[in-house]
Design a protein around this ligand. Sequence first.
Ligand code: ZN
Length: 77
Amino acid sequence: MTAFDQYVTVLGRLRPGSAGQARRVGHLFVVPPRPGPWISALCGLTLRCADIEVLDRPSGMPCEQCLLRAGEHPSVE
Ligand SMILES: [Zn+2]
């Protein structure tokens, strides 16, 4: 068991209407068992959980930095 076994990796982006379409790229968020009101993506972007639209499958443009870091992060399989 590692420190990240209870974490969940979620694909999400800014909710519709909260930003221009160009800023609504898909980020990877590593969600701890008890998340706070803010959460950081693998790329370092921090958003309020209330502003995130969780995606059940890849949609739209992905965040390149999140994709690059996903291969290095112990919680992402
Ligand atoms: Zn990102």
